[in-house]
Ligand binder design. Structure first.
Ligand code: FEO
Length: 401
């Protein structure tokens, strides 16, 4: 029977056989405005090797693409580079469908696949191991925490192709399979958003993982990640940006995040923005009714300042502000200065509560939290402008301007 979905040949021995998720808009809390792909790859040598699988609901699409090249039952081996369920969700079903001779994963991957699915017959490969499969050479390098402890990359020597799993991926659904077929500005934005929301917490160890791959001796000409397009040209683009994003060197950019009940905190935010801009900062005002937490994280990745505004509601900060702060705290952004501000009616606890979280995030607070009882008057607005200017001055200092 003819396949509905087709494989795409990407190199001499390798076909893309993944799935395109055009509709997904939430990836465990990360808004995926452009959808995503779950990439899997079929390697055709003397034997057939499947690299990774896809999210469970897309199993039939995966099997259909495989069937456009070979009978799925002809798959001899499966290599699982990463156990997160967007890549392993249908692995148990695929194993039952094709009965491969062996399934390989990293040592941590074997444990994770056992804990996820009760798969207790996975063959571990060690960091630095190589295997001849189907007359081709596959080499494995652990890349722990890029993205999970089990993560590894696989290099196919004959095609000079690195299967990089989450690394260098992005959430971007497209009918194009190669990065050079897509607008570069879109690629950089989505790769940055992916780094900010998925990889930022591990920024202290990612450079070492990349160095390890760089010093492996692999002659990489193609990077095939598990999400988004495949890189066959300008393959150094993301490997050059990752260390920059990991370093999070402060810049003159200030992100002002806020919510508001009756526009008082919004007015304070706008006045602070004026002060920041007047002081030479690049300002990004983000009202949380219009901006998603994952877009805030993306903007914070290359910022030097984070200012957070919240009205007080029932003695607490506004729920959207709490949501975004807890999310950001988990992502562990580095090297930020900032401040808290907000309007209140009776007791005004929100600003103090925001400051507590900013301190836990090691954000260097500039001045005391700025509060306005009800609607900010001209005196308060002047203080807002002044706070913005103070933060801009601090940014100049930390940026050496
Ligand atoms: Fe795309 Fe960490 O999974």
């Amino acid at each position: 029977m003819k396949s509905t979905f087709n494989a795409v040949k990407i190199s001499e021995h390798v076909y893309w056989v993944g799935a395109i998720d055009w509709a997904v808009r939430d990836f465990h809390g990360y808004r995926t405005g452009r959808g995503t792909t779950y990439n899997a790859y079929l390697v055709s040598g003397d034997e057939i090797i499947l690299i990774d699988t896809v999210k469970a609901p897309f199993k039939d699409e995966l099997l259909s693409r495989i069937a456009s090249v070979v009978n799925p039952k002809d798959i001899n081996y499966i290599i699982s580079n990463h156990s997160e369920m967007d890549h392993s969700g249908c692995l148990p079903d695929v194993i039952n469908a094709v009965w491969p001779e062996k399934v390989f994963a990293s040592v941590m991957g074997t444990k994770a696949l056992a804990e996820h699915f009760g798969l207790d017959n996975i063959t571990p490969v060690k960091d630095g191991d190589s295997l001849p499969l189907g007359g081709l050479k596959f080499s494995f390098l652990e890349t722990r925490m890029l993205h999970w402890p089990d993560s590894m990359v696989t290099f196919l020597s004959e095609d000079k192709l690195l299967f990089s799993q989450d690394a260098f991926g992005m959430h971007l659904a497209s009918s194009e399979r190669f990065a050079d077929e897509i607008d570069e500005a879109v690629l950089i934005w989505e790769a940055k958003k992916y780094y900010a929301n998925i990889l930022m917490p591990y920024s202290n160890i990612i450079p070492a993982a990349l160095k390890k791959v760089g010093e492996s001796g692999f002659d990489i000409k193609i990077i095939a990640p598990d999400h988004g397009p495949i890189w066959r040209n300008k393959i150094e683009t993301l490997p050059k940006l990752y260390p920059v994003w990991a370093a999070q060197k402060p810049t003159m950019k200030a992100v002002v995040v806020y919510d508001t009940m009756w526009q008082s905190t919004a007015l304070m935010a706008r006045a602070i923005g004026e002060g920041l801009a007047g002081g030479g900062a690049d300002v990004k005002l983000m009202n949380l009714r219009a901006a998603h937490r994952s877009d805030v994280a993306t903007e914070v990745l290359d910022a030097g300042a984070l200012l957070v505004g919240s009205p007080t509601i029932n003695n607490q900060m506004f729920p959207t502000v709490a949501d975004t702060l807890i999310y950001l705290k988990g992502l562990k952004p580095q090297n930020l200065v900032g401040a808290a501000f907000g309007s209140y009616g009776w007791s005004g606890e929100a600003v103090g509560k925001v400051e507590e979280i900013l301190k836990e995030m090691h954000v260097g607070l500039v001045g005391d939290g700025l509060k306005s009882k009800y609607v900010p008057n001209s005196d308060i607005l002047e203080k807002c402008v002044s706070l913005g200017k103070q933060v801009a001055d601090k940014l100049k200092e930390v940026c050496g301007k």
